[in-house]
Design a protein around this ligand. Sequence first.
Ligand SMILES: Nc1ncnc2c1ncn2[C@@H]1O[C@H](COP(=O)(O)OP(=O)(O)OP(=O)(O)O)[C@@H](O)[C@H]1O
Ligand SMILES: [Mg+2]
Length: 237
Amino acid sequence: MLELRGFACGYGLIRAVDGLDLTAPEGMITALLGPNGAGKTSTIMAIAGQVQAQAGSVRFAGADLAGLGPAARTRLGIALAPEGRRIFPDLTVGENLLVGGYTRSSAESRATEESVLALFPRLRDRHRQRAGTLSGGEQQMLAIGRALMAGPRLLMVDELSLGLMPAMVDQCFGALLDLRRRGIAILLVEQNTHRALEVADHVTVLVSGRKAYEADGAQARQDPALVDSFLGMKEPA
Ligand SMILES: Nc1ncnc2c1ncn2[C@@H]1O[C@H](COP(=O)(O)OP(=O)(O)OP(=O)(O)O)[C@@H](O)[C@H]1O
Ligand SMILES: [Mg+2]
């Protein structure tokens, strides 16, 4: 579905990510891990067309994305639940979802909204509540739900579990598993290595903008300490 080759991105003269090969196949969860500042957010923002690509190629569903802006990428089926969630606090849950479906017809929006509310029943209960008054977990559900409103074939989630209680993390991960079963490609950035490894079909670790480790999920699960060592989280002996 998504394929990056020799990819680089950054900010003006600053290169945040360099020489990255990465794929996110449909019906699979690809975890992109790495310490703070490794370039995870930059990578997915560049895939979404919101950070400047500097070298290499990004292909999606057979098309080269070079030169396409964020709206065109959304229309092709790329959606992002961004770091910090970025929901509109003064709009209701329902209004936030509508914004996410702006590229689509109202009939498509209604049908998709129904499937989002089925995936996250809490959002149905709080449909008319101002989004800024939702709990952190509910806001994350809304951010994912809003991304899904575009009807994506690739869903990127940046920092799924950050700041959430375990029960909320469970619900959000449960939703990802559901979406994977539906054949959506998922690119997951996650601080919680343990949780990411539980669901990942493929794991890539970025360190200082470069790929430091790559394995399929089963292999990475056999040695989570190895993955953690790249993240600088290994406890001193
Ligand atoms: N707007 C910006 N302008 C200049 N440099 C930036 C900008 N945003 C990020 N960077 C730099 O790019 C590098 C990668 O940052 P990025 O946010 O992609 O890392 P990350 O892996 O998502 O980190 P974290 O785990 O803290 O979210 C960092 O060195 C950061 O300082
Ligand atoms: Mg980040």
